[in-house]
Ligand binder design. Structure first.
Ligand code: NAP
Length: 497
Protein backbone atom coordinates (compact mmCIF):
# COMPACT_ATOMS: atom_id res chain seq x y z
CA UNK A 1 0.00 0.00 0.00
CA UNK A 2 1.35 3.41 -0.92
CA UNK A 3 1.10 5.98 1.82
CA UNK A 4 -0.68 8.95 0.16
CA UNK A 5 -0.39 11.65 2.75
CA UNK A 6 2.79 12.12 4.73
CA UNK A 7 4.38 15.12 6.36
CA UNK A 8 8.02 16.07 5.72
CA UNK A 9 9.07 14.99 9.23
CA UNK A 10 7.74 11.57 8.45
CA UNK A 11 10.38 11.13 5.77
CA UNK A 12 12.61 9.31 8.21
CA UNK A 13 9.97 6.61 8.57
CA UNK A 14 9.50 4.00 5.88
CA UNK A 15 7.50 5.54 3.07
CA UNK A 16 6.27 2.22 1.80
CA UNK A 17 4.70 -0.41 3.95
CA UNK A 18 3.23 -3.77 3.21
CA UNK A 19 6.14 -6.20 3.00
CA UNK A 20 6.44 -8.56 5.95
CA UNK A 21 9.32 -8.01 8.35
CA UNK A 22 11.01 -11.20 7.42
CA UNK A 23 10.68 -10.55 3.72
CA UNK A 24 13.78 -11.28 1.78
CA UNK A 25 14.72 -9.95 -1.60
CA UNK A 26 12.84 -11.64 -4.32
CA UNK A 27 12.50 -11.03 -7.97
CA UNK A 28 8.84 -10.63 -8.72
CA UNK A 29 7.44 -11.54 -12.03
CA UNK A 30 6.93 -8.20 -13.68
CA UNK A 31 3.40 -7.26 -14.35
CA UNK A 32 4.59 -5.35 -17.36
CA UNK A 33 2.31 -4.94 -20.29
CA UNK A 34 5.19 -3.76 -22.45
CA UNK A 35 8.05 -6.27 -22.66
CA UNK A 36 10.35 -3.55 -24.01
CA UNK A 37 10.09 -1.62 -20.74
CA UNK A 38 13.59 -1.40 -19.29
CA UNK A 39 14.44 -2.80 -15.88
CA UNK A 40 15.27 0.19 -13.73
CA UNK A 41 17.90 -0.12 -11.03
CA UNK A 42 18.37 2.15 -8.04
CA UNK A 43 21.59 2.15 -6.04
CA UNK A 44 20.94 3.21 -2.44
CA UNK A 45 17.96 2.63 -0.19
CA UNK A 46 17.50 6.08 1.38
CA UNK A 47 14.52 8.46 1.26
CA UNK A 48 15.01 9.34 -2.39
CA UNK A 49 15.41 5.74 -3.46
CA UNK A 50 12.23 4.66 -1.64
CA UNK A 51 10.12 7.43 -3.17
CA UNK A 52 11.57 6.85 -6.62
CA UNK A 53 10.99 3.09 -6.38
CA UNK A 54 7.33 3.53 -5.47
CA UNK A 55 6.80 6.09 -8.29
CA UNK A 56 8.53 3.80 -10.81
CA UNK A 57 6.48 0.79 -9.69
CA UNK A 58 3.30 2.87 -9.93
CA UNK A 59 4.31 3.84 -13.47
CA UNK A 60 4.63 0.19 -14.47
CA UNK A 61 8.39 -0.26 -14.33
CA UNK A 62 10.22 -3.29 -13.07
CA UNK A 63 12.49 -2.03 -10.30
CA UNK A 64 15.55 -3.58 -8.73
CA UNK A 65 17.13 -1.78 -5.79
CA UNK A 66 20.81 -2.27 -4.95
CA UNK A 67 21.78 -2.11 -1.30
CA UNK A 68 24.88 -2.90 0.76
CA UNK A 69 22.53 -4.64 3.21
CA UNK A 70 19.51 -5.84 1.21
CA UNK A 71 18.04 -7.87 4.07
CA UNK A 72 17.81 -4.79 6.27
CA UNK A 73 16.26 -2.58 3.60
CA UNK A 74 13.80 -4.96 1.96
CA UNK A 75 10.86 -4.07 4.25
CA UNK A 76 11.05 -0.42 3.20
CA UNK A 77 10.18 -1.01 -0.44
CA UNK A 78 6.97 -2.03 -2.19
CA UNK A 79 6.48 -5.71 -2.83
CA UNK A 80 6.74 -5.21 -6.58
CA UNK A 81 10.33 -3.98 -6.26
CA UNK A 82 13.22 -6.35 -5.86
CA UNK A 83 15.83 -5.50 -3.25
CA UNK A 84 19.17 -7.09 -4.00
CA UNK A 85 22.86 -6.51 -3.63
CA UNK A 86 24.42 -3.57 -5.46
CA UNK A 87 26.14 -5.93 -7.92
CA UNK A 88 22.92 -7.86 -8.67
CA UNK A 89 21.01 -4.63 -9.23
CA UNK A 90 23.71 -3.19 -11.50
CA UNK A 91 23.81 -6.42 -13.55
CA UNK A 92 20.03 -6.81 -13.94
CA UNK A 93 19.11 -3.21 -14.71
CA UNK A 94 19.28 -1.47 -18.10
CA UNK A 95 19.15 1.98 -16.58
CA UNK A 96 20.47 2.74 -13.10
CA UNK A 97 19.66 5.65 -10.75
CA UNK A 98 22.58 6.47 -8.45
CA UNK A 99 20.73 7.53 -5.28
CA UNK A 100 23.73 7.73 -2.94
CA UNK A 101 25.48 10.88 -1.79
CA UNK A 102 28.23 12.07 -4.16
CA UNK A 103 30.96 11.59 -1.54
CA UNK A 104 30.11 7.84 -1.66
CA UNK A 105 30.15 7.53 -5.47
CA UNK A 106 33.73 6.22 -5.32
CA UNK A 107 32.56 3.20 -3.23
CA UNK A 108 30.65 2.02 -6.31
CA UNK A 109 33.71 1.57 -8.59
CA UNK A 110 33.57 -2.23 -8.24
CA UNK A 111 30.31 -2.09 -10.21
CA UNK A 112 32.13 -0.60 -13.24
CA UNK A 113 32.07 -3.80 -15.38
CA UNK A 114 28.40 -4.46 -14.56
CA UNK A 115 27.44 -0.86 -15.43
CA UNK A 116 29.49 -0.63 -18.63
CA UNK A 117 27.35 0.45 -21.61
CA UNK A 118 24.41 1.32 -19.36
CA UNK A 119 22.77 4.62 -18.50
CA UNK A 120 23.52 6.07 -15.06
CA UNK A 121 21.24 8.79 -13.71
CA UNK A 122 22.96 11.02 -11.18
CA UNK A 123 20.34 12.52 -8.83
CA UNK A 124 22.79 14.02 -6.36
CA UNK A 125 22.84 17.52 -4.94
CA UNK A 126 25.75 19.37 -3.36
CA UNK A 127 25.76 21.13 -0.01
CA UNK A 128 27.02 24.43 -1.42
CA UNK A 129 26.69 26.32 -4.68
CA UNK A 130 29.49 25.20 -6.97
CA UNK A 131 30.47 27.79 -9.59
CA UNK A 132 33.79 26.33 -10.71
CA UNK A 133 33.07 22.67 -11.30
CA UNK A 134 33.50 19.84 -11.96
CA UNK A 135 29.95 18.86 -11.09
CA UNK A 136 28.99 15.64 -9.26
CA UNK A 137 27.69 14.24 -12.55
CA UNK A 138 30.96 15.01 -14.37
CA UNK A 139 32.91 13.32 -11.56
CA UNK A 140 30.60 10.30 -11.80
CA UNK A 141 31.18 10.22 -15.56
CA UNK A 142 34.94 10.17 -14.91
CA UNK A 143 34.49 7.26 -12.48
CA UNK A 144 32.38 5.32 -15.01
CA UNK A 145 33.82 6.18 -18.44
CA UNK A 146 32.08 3.22 -20.09
CA UNK A 147 28.62 4.26 -18.90
CA UNK A 148 26.46 7.13 -20.17
CA UNK A 149 25.77 9.56 -17.35
CA UNK A 150 22.56 11.61 -17.32
CA UNK A 151 22.04 14.36 -14.75
CA UNK A 152 18.49 14.77 -13.57
CA UNK A 153 15.76 14.41 -10.90
CA UNK A 154 17.90 16.27 -8.35
CA UNK A 155 15.47 19.21 -8.35
CA UNK A 156 12.62 16.94 -7.19
CA UNK A 157 12.37 16.16 -3.52
CA UNK A 158 11.66 12.68 -2.22
CA UNK A 159 8.33 14.12 -1.11
CA UNK A 160 7.40 15.30 -4.63
CA UNK A 161 8.32 11.91 -6.03
CA UNK A 162 6.24 10.23 -3.38
CA UNK A 163 3.05 12.25 -3.97
CA UNK A 164 3.53 12.28 -7.72
CA UNK A 165 3.46 15.01 -10.35
CA UNK A 166 0.02 16.35 -9.41
CA UNK A 167 1.69 18.22 -6.59
CA UNK A 168 4.93 20.17 -6.44
CA UNK A 169 7.18 20.83 -9.41
CA UNK A 170 6.52 18.86 -12.59
CA UNK A 171 9.69 19.81 -14.48
CA UNK A 172 12.75 17.57 -14.53
CA UNK A 173 15.93 19.12 -15.93
CA UNK A 174 18.04 16.62 -17.87
CA UNK A 175 21.46 16.83 -19.49
CA UNK A 176 23.90 14.31 -20.88
CA UNK A 177 26.62 13.88 -23.49
CA UNK A 178 24.73 10.84 -24.81
CA UNK A 179 21.53 11.76 -26.71
CA UNK A 180 20.30 8.14 -26.56
CA UNK A 181 20.71 7.89 -22.81
CA UNK A 182 19.08 11.28 -22.34
CA UNK A 183 16.09 10.38 -24.49
CA UNK A 184 15.54 7.09 -22.64
CA UNK A 185 15.55 8.97 -19.30
CA UNK A 186 13.23 11.62 -20.78
CA UNK A 187 10.82 8.87 -21.85
CA UNK A 188 10.87 7.37 -18.35
CA UNK A 189 10.30 10.84 -16.95
CA UNK A 190 7.24 11.38 -19.13
CA UNK A 191 5.85 7.98 -18.20
CA UNK A 192 6.14 8.94 -14.54
CA UNK A 193 4.05 12.06 -15.29
CA UNK A 194 6.85 14.63 -15.14
CA UNK A 195 7.95 17.03 -17.87
CA UNK A 196 11.55 16.53 -19.03
CA UNK A 197 13.42 19.71 -19.88
CA UNK A 198 16.47 19.14 -22.10
CA UNK A 199 19.30 21.30 -20.77
CA UNK A 200 21.90 20.05 -23.28
CA UNK A 201 25.28 18.49 -22.61
CA UNK A 202 26.64 17.18 -19.31
CA UNK A 203 28.49 20.49 -18.82
CA UNK A 204 25.06 21.94 -17.91
CA UNK A 205 24.96 19.63 -14.87
CA UNK A 206 26.78 22.23 -12.74
CA UNK A 207 23.89 24.65 -13.26
CA UNK A 208 21.29 21.90 -12.67
CA UNK A 209 23.00 20.96 -9.41
CA UNK A 210 22.98 24.58 -8.29
CA UNK A 211 19.25 25.12 -8.98
CA UNK A 212 17.99 23.70 -5.62
CA UNK A 213 20.63 25.68 -3.71
CA UNK A 214 19.83 29.20 -4.89
CA UNK A 215 18.07 31.43 -2.38
CA UNK A 216 15.84 33.86 -4.32
CA UNK A 217 18.69 34.97 -6.63
CA UNK A 218 16.59 37.46 -8.60
CA UNK A 219 14.97 38.91 -5.47
CA UNK A 220 18.11 40.02 -3.68
CA UNK A 221 18.47 43.50 -5.21
CA UNK A 222 14.72 44.35 -5.18
CA UNK A 223 14.45 43.26 -1.52
CA UNK A 224 17.61 45.19 -0.62
CA UNK A 225 16.20 48.27 -2.36
CA UNK A 226 12.85 47.94 -0.56
CA UNK A 227 14.48 47.51 2.85
CA UNK A 228 16.96 50.37 2.29
CA UNK A 229 14.19 52.72 1.11
CA UNK A 230 12.03 51.68 4.07
CA UNK A 231 14.80 52.39 6.57
CA UNK A 232 15.62 55.73 4.94
CA UNK A 233 12.02 56.99 4.77
CA UNK A 234 11.17 55.65 8.24
CA UNK A 235 14.09 57.50 9.83
CA UNK A 236 13.30 60.60 7.78
CA UNK A 237 9.63 60.60 8.85
CA UNK A 238 10.50 59.79 12.47
CA UNK A 239 12.96 62.69 12.57
CA UNK A 240 10.47 65.17 11.09
CA UNK A 241 7.23 64.02 12.75
CA UNK A 242 8.36 62.61 16.12
CA UNK A 243 11.81 63.89 17.02
CA UNK A 244 11.36 67.50 15.89
CA UNK A 245 8.24 68.21 18.05
CA UNK A 246 9.97 66.55 21.02
CA UNK A 247 13.23 68.49 20.77
CA UNK A 248 11.70 71.87 19.90
CA UNK A 249 8.51 72.10 22.02
CA UNK A 250 8.90 69.04 24.25
CA UNK A 251 5.80 67.38 22.77
CA UNK A 252 5.97 63.58 23.05
CA UNK A 253 4.33 61.88 20.07
CA UNK A 254 6.37 58.68 20.14
CA UNK A 255 3.09 56.72 19.94
CA UNK A 256 3.18 57.55 16.20
CA UNK A 257 6.20 55.30 15.59
CA UNK A 258 4.48 51.87 15.25
CA UNK A 259 1.57 52.86 12.99
CA UNK A 260 1.49 56.43 11.67
CA UNK A 261 5.18 56.63 10.78
CA UNK A 262 5.08 53.17 9.19
CA UNK A 263 1.96 54.14 7.26
CA UNK A 264 3.58 57.21 5.70
CA UNK A 265 6.76 55.25 5.00
CA UNK A 266 5.07 52.36 3.15
CA UNK A 267 3.46 54.44 0.37
CA UNK A 268 6.73 56.35 -0.07
CA UNK A 269 8.58 53.09 -0.64
CA UNK A 270 5.79 51.76 -2.90
CA UNK A 271 5.83 54.81 -5.17
CA UNK A 272 9.62 54.95 -5.50
CA UNK A 273 9.71 51.20 -6.21
CA UNK A 274 7.01 51.61 -8.88
CA UNK A 275 9.06 54.38 -10.49
CA UNK A 276 12.07 52.03 -10.37
CA UNK A 277 10.05 49.48 -12.39
CA UNK A 278 9.69 51.90 -15.29
CA UNK A 279 12.96 53.83 -15.02
CA UNK A 280 15.19 51.11 -16.60
CA UNK A 281 12.92 50.99 -19.67
CA UNK A 282 13.45 54.72 -20.11
CA UNK A 283 17.21 54.34 -19.61
CA UNK A 284 17.26 51.58 -22.25
CA UNK A 285 15.28 53.73 -24.72
CA UNK A 286 17.54 56.74 -24.11
CA UNK A 287 20.65 54.58 -24.64
CA UNK A 288 19.25 53.24 -27.91
CA UNK A 289 18.40 56.75 -29.11
CA UNK A 290 21.81 58.03 -28.09
CA UNK A 291 23.80 55.22 -29.74
CA UNK A 292 21.42 55.05 -32.73
CA UNK A 293 21.17 51.26 -32.64
CA UNK A 294 19.56 48.48 -30.66
CA UNK A 295 22.46 46.11 -31.30
CA UNK A 296 24.81 47.56 -28.65
CA UNK A 297 24.72 45.60 -25.43
CA UNK A 298 23.27 47.41 -22.44
CA UNK A 299 25.63 47.78 -19.47
CA UNK A 300 25.39 44.85 -17.07
CA UNK A 301 23.68 46.85 -14.32
CA UNK A 302 20.92 47.90 -16.73
CA UNK A 303 20.53 44.35 -18.03
CA UNK A 304 20.09 43.06 -14.50
CA UNK A 305 17.72 45.88 -13.58
CA UNK A 306 15.56 45.21 -16.66
CA UNK A 307 15.25 41.52 -15.80
CA UNK A 308 14.24 42.25 -12.21
CA UNK A 309 11.37 44.68 -12.95
CA UNK A 310 8.77 42.09 -11.98
CA UNK A 311 10.37 41.66 -8.55
CA UNK A 312 10.56 45.44 -8.07
CA UNK A 313 6.86 45.63 -8.99
CA UNK A 314 5.89 42.88 -6.55
CA UNK A 315 7.83 44.56 -3.72
CA UNK A 316 5.96 47.79 -4.56
CA UNK A 317 2.68 45.86 -4.47
CA UNK A 318 3.49 44.41 -1.05
CA UNK A 319 4.10 47.92 0.35
CA UNK A 320 0.87 49.19 -1.28
CA UNK A 321 -1.14 46.32 0.26
CA UNK A 322 0.33 47.00 3.70
CA UNK A 323 -0.39 50.74 3.29
CA UNK A 324 -4.03 49.96 2.41
CA UNK A 325 -4.42 47.71 5.46
CA UNK A 326 -2.72 50.21 7.80
CA UNK A 327 -4.90 53.04 6.41
CA UNK A 328 -8.09 51.04 6.98
CA UNK A 329 -7.02 50.36 10.55
CA UNK A 330 -6.13 53.99 11.38
CA UNK A 331 -9.58 54.97 12.75
CA UNK A 332 -9.62 51.88 15.02
CA UNK A 333 -6.79 53.24 17.15
CA UNK A 334 -7.57 54.76 20.55
CA UNK A 335 -5.24 57.67 19.76
CA UNK A 336 -7.28 58.53 16.63
CA UNK A 337 -10.59 58.44 18.52
CA UNK A 338 -9.24 60.55 21.40
CA UNK A 339 -7.74 63.05 18.96
CA UNK A 340 -11.08 63.36 17.16
CA UNK A 341 -12.97 63.93 20.41
CA UNK A 342 -10.48 66.47 21.74
CA UNK A 343 -10.61 68.42 18.44
CA UNK A 344 -14.40 68.46 18.64
CA UNK A 345 -14.36 69.67 22.27
CA UNK A 346 -11.80 72.32 21.42
CA UNK A 347 -13.91 73.60 18.55
CA UNK A 348 -16.99 73.70 20.78
CA UNK A 349 -15.08 75.58 23.47
CA UNK A 350 -13.98 78.12 20.93
CA UNK A 351 -17.60 78.43 19.86
CA UNK A 352 -16.99 77.11 16.34
CA UNK A 353 -19.77 74.77 15.31
CA UNK A 354 -18.94 74.29 11.64
CA UNK A 355 -16.02 71.93 11.06
CA UNK A 356 -16.70 71.49 7.37
CA UNK A 357 -13.99 72.92 5.12
CA UNK A 358 -14.93 72.46 1.48
CA UNK A 359 -11.38 72.35 0.12
CA UNK A 360 -10.26 69.80 2.70
CA UNK A 361 -13.30 67.60 2.05
CA UNK A 362 -12.72 67.62 -1.72
CA UNK A 363 -9.03 66.99 -1.35
CA UNK A 364 -9.72 63.96 0.87
CA UNK A 365 -12.42 62.54 -1.43
CA UNK A 366 -10.15 62.79 -4.46
CA UNK A 367 -7.12 61.53 -2.55
CA UNK A 368 -8.91 58.35 -1.40
CA UNK A 369 -10.58 57.72 -4.77
CA UNK A 370 -7.34 58.05 -6.76
CA UNK A 371 -5.53 55.89 -4.20
CA UNK A 372 -8.11 53.11 -4.59
CA UNK A 373 -7.77 53.25 -8.38
CA UNK A 374 -3.97 53.10 -8.16
CA UNK A 375 -4.28 50.11 -5.84
CA UNK A 376 -6.69 48.37 -8.21
CA UNK A 377 -4.34 48.83 -11.15
CA UNK A 378 -1.39 47.60 -9.10
CA UNK A 379 -3.36 44.48 -8.16
CA UNK A 380 -4.02 43.83 -11.84
CA UNK A 381 -0.31 44.20 -12.63
CA UNK A 382 0.60 41.83 -9.81
CA UNK A 383 -1.93 39.19 -10.89
CA UNK A 384 -0.82 39.27 -14.53
CA UNK A 385 2.80 38.84 -13.50
CA UNK A 386 1.95 35.34 -12.22
CA UNK A 387 3.22 32.84 -14.82
CA UNK A 388 -0.07 30.89 -14.78
CA UNK A 389 -2.00 34.08 -15.70
CA UNK A 390 0.65 35.50 -18.03
CA UNK A 391 0.54 32.23 -20.02
CA UNK A 392 -3.14 32.74 -20.79
CA UNK A 393 -2.68 36.14 -22.49
CA UNK A 394 -0.75 37.02 -25.62
CA UNK A 395 2.29 39.29 -25.80
CA UNK A 396 0.29 42.36 -26.87
CA UNK A 397 -2.16 41.93 -24.00
CA UNK A 398 0.71 41.43 -21.57
CA UNK A 399 2.56 44.59 -22.69
CA UNK A 400 -0.72 46.55 -22.67
CA UNK A 401 -1.29 45.61 -19.02
CA UNK A 402 2.31 45.85 -17.84
CA UNK A 403 3.27 48.96 -19.80
CA UNK A 404 0.15 51.05 -20.56
CA UNK A 405 -1.80 50.19 -17.42
CA UNK A 406 1.47 50.19 -15.46
CA UNK A 407 2.09 53.81 -16.42
CA UNK A 408 -1.55 54.57 -15.53
CA UNK A 409 -0.90 53.05 -12.09
CA UNK A 410 2.24 55.17 -11.74
CA UNK A 411 0.28 58.28 -12.75
CA UNK A 412 -2.54 57.51 -10.29
CA UNK A 413 -0.13 56.78 -7.45
CA UNK A 414 1.74 60.04 -8.19
CA UNK A 415 -1.56 61.96 -8.24
CA UNK A 416 -2.51 60.27 -4.95
CA UNK A 417 0.73 61.62 -3.43
CA UNK A 418 0.23 65.09 -4.95
CA UNK A 419 -3.29 65.21 -3.44
CA UNK A 420 -1.86 64.12 -0.12
CA UNK A 421 0.69 66.94 -0.18
CA UNK A 422 -1.68 69.50 -1.74
CA UNK A 423 -0.39 73.00 -0.96
CA UNK A 424 1.73 71.99 2.01
CA UNK A 425 4.89 72.23 -0.08
CA UNK A 426 4.47 76.02 0.09
CA UNK A 427 4.01 76.08 3.88
CA UNK A 428 7.32 77.04 5.60
CA UNK A 429 6.11 75.24 8.76
CA UNK A 430 6.43 71.94 6.88
CA UNK A 431 10.21 72.30 6.52
CA UNK A 432 11.06 70.93 9.95
CA UNK A 433 14.80 70.88 10.64
CA UNK A 434 14.98 72.43 7.13
CA UNK A 435 13.98 69.03 5.75
CA UNK A 436 11.38 69.12 2.93
CA UNK A 437 8.17 67.15 3.49
CA UNK A 438 8.50 63.46 2.59
CA UNK A 439 5.97 63.61 -0.26
CA UNK A 440 8.20 66.13 -2.07
CA UNK A 441 11.18 63.75 -1.97
CA UNK A 442 9.00 60.83 -3.01
CA UNK A 443 7.58 62.67 -6.03
CA UNK A 444 10.96 63.38 -7.68
CA UNK A 445 11.54 59.96 -9.29
CA UNK A 446 7.94 59.25 -10.46
CA UNK A 447 7.75 62.72 -12.03
CA UNK A 448 11.08 62.15 -13.82
CA UNK A 449 9.75 58.81 -15.15
CA UNK A 450 6.39 60.25 -16.23
CA UNK A 451 8.04 63.24 -17.96
CA UNK A 452 10.55 60.90 -19.62
CA UNK A 453 7.70 58.77 -20.90
CA UNK A 454 5.93 61.86 -22.28
CA UNK A 455 9.19 62.85 -24.04
CA UNK A 456 9.28 59.42 -25.70
CA UNK A 457 5.77 60.07 -27.03
CA UNK A 458 6.95 63.12 -29.01
CA UNK A 459 6.49 62.08 -32.67
CA UNK A 460 10.10 62.72 -33.73
CA UNK A 461 11.45 60.69 -30.78
CA UNK A 462 8.80 57.95 -31.01
CA UNK A 463 9.40 57.41 -34.76
CA UNK A 464 13.18 57.23 -34.39
CA UNK A 465 12.84 54.78 -31.48
CA UNK A 466 10.44 52.64 -33.48
CA UNK A 467 12.89 52.54 -36.39
CA UNK A 468 15.77 51.61 -34.10
CA UNK A 469 13.72 48.81 -32.54
CA UNK A 470 13.03 47.40 -36.01
CA UNK A 471 16.71 47.29 -36.89
CA UNK A 472 17.58 50.78 -38.13
CA UNK A 473 21.15 51.83 -37.34
CA UNK A 474 22.58 55.33 -37.55
CA UNK A 475 26.12 54.23 -38.30
CA UNK A 476 25.30 51.75 -41.08
CA UNK A 477 23.89 52.13 -44.54
CA UNK A 478 20.75 50.15 -44.01
CA UNK A 479 17.78 50.50 -46.33
CA UNK A 480 14.83 50.36 -44.06
CA UNK A 481 11.06 50.33 -44.40
CA UNK A 482 8.52 50.63 -41.60
CA UNK A 483 5.95 48.04 -42.74
CA UNK A 484 3.24 48.55 -40.19
CA UNK A 485 2.93 52.31 -40.48
CA UNK A 486 -0.28 52.63 -42.49
CA UNK A 487 -0.37 56.37 -43.05
CA UNK A 488 3.27 56.41 -44.16
CA UNK A 489 2.81 53.58 -46.58
CA UNK A 490 6.16 52.37 -47.80
CA UNK A 491 8.20 55.02 -46.03
CA UNK A 492 11.79 54.36 -46.96
CA UNK A 493 14.51 55.59 -44.73
CA UNK A 494 18.07 55.33 -45.95
CA UNK A 495 20.21 55.97 -42.97
CA UNK A 496 23.30 58.08 -42.94
CA UNK A 497 23.66 58.01 -46.67
P1 NAP B 1 20.02 8.75 2.32
O1 NAP B 1 18.62 8.65 2.87
O2 NAP B 1 21.09 9.08 3.26
O3 NAP B 1 20.37 7.44 1.52
C1 NAP B 1 21.61 7.25 0.92
C2 NAP B 1 21.77 5.77 0.65
O4 NAP B 1 23.03 5.58 0.00
C3 NAP B 1 21.84 4.92 1.88
O5 NAP B 1 20.55 4.52 2.26
C4 NAP B 1 22.71 3.78 1.46
O6 NAP B 1 21.89 2.65 1.13
C5 NAP B 1 23.39 4.22 0.19
N1 NAP B 1 24.86 4.10 0.20
C6 NAP B 1 25.57 3.47 -0.74
N2 NAP B 1 26.88 3.55 -0.47
C7 NAP B 1 26.99 4.23 0.67
C8 NAP B 1 28.11 4.60 1.46
N3 NAP B 1 29.37 4.30 1.12
N4 NAP B 1 27.88 5.28 2.59
C9 NAP B 1 26.62 5.62 2.95
N5 NAP B 1 25.53 5.28 2.23
C10 NAP B 1 25.71 4.60 1.09
O7 NAP B 1 20.03 9.89 1.19
P2 NAP B 1 18.84 10.37 0.23
O8 NAP B 1 18.14 11.48 0.88
O9 NAP B 1 18.05 9.22 -0.24
O10 NAP B 1 19.69 10.98 -0.97
C11 NAP B 1 20.34 10.14 -1.92
C12 NAP B 1 20.82 11.02 -3.08
O11 NAP B 1 19.67 11.65 -3.64
C13 NAP B 1 21.78 12.13 -2.66
O12 NAP B 1 22.79 12.27 -3.62
C14 NAP B 1 20.90 13.35 -2.63
O13 NAP B 1 21.64 14.52 -2.92
C15 NAP B 1 19.91 13.05 -3.73
N6 NAP B 1 18.63 13.75 -3.56
C16 NAP B 1 17.87 13.55 -2.46
C17 NAP B 1 16.66 14.21 -2.32
C18 NAP B 1 15.77 14.01 -1.13
O14 NAP B 1 14.70 14.65 -1.04
N7 NAP B 1 16.13 13.17 -0.19
C19 NAP B 1 16.24 15.10 -3.32
C20 NAP B 1 17.02 15.27 -4.44
C21 NAP B 1 18.22 14.58 -4.56
P3 NAP B 1 22.38 1.15 1.54
O15 NAP B 1 22.86 1.24 2.93
O16 NAP B 1 21.15 0.34 1.42
O17 NAP B 1 23.43 0.79 0.57
Amino acid sequence: MICQCIMPDEMSRPLIQGRGEGGSSRHLEATMSDPATPVVGILGTGDFSRSLASRLVASGYQVVVGSRTPKRSVALFPEEAEVASQMEAASQADLVFVAVFPEHHSTLVDLRPALAGKTLVDVSNSLHINQKGPSNAEQLANLFPESSVVKGFNTLSAWTLQVGPRDGSRQVFLCSDSPTAKSSVAQLCRRMGFIPVDMGLLSASLEIENIPLYLFPSWRIPILCTVSLFIFFYLYNATRDVLQPYTTVGKSVFYKLPIETVNVTLPSVALVMLALVYLPGLCAASLQLWSGTKYNRFPNWLDRWLTRRKQFGLCCFLCAVLHAIYSLCLPMRKSARLKLLSTAFKQMKEGKEELWVDEEVWRMELYVSVGIMAFGLLSLLAVTSLPSVANTINWREFTFIQSTLGYCALFMATLHTVLFGWNRAFDPGQYRYYLPPTFLLVLILPLVVLLGRIALFLPCVALRLKQIRRGWERSRHIRFILPDNDNRNGLEDVSNV
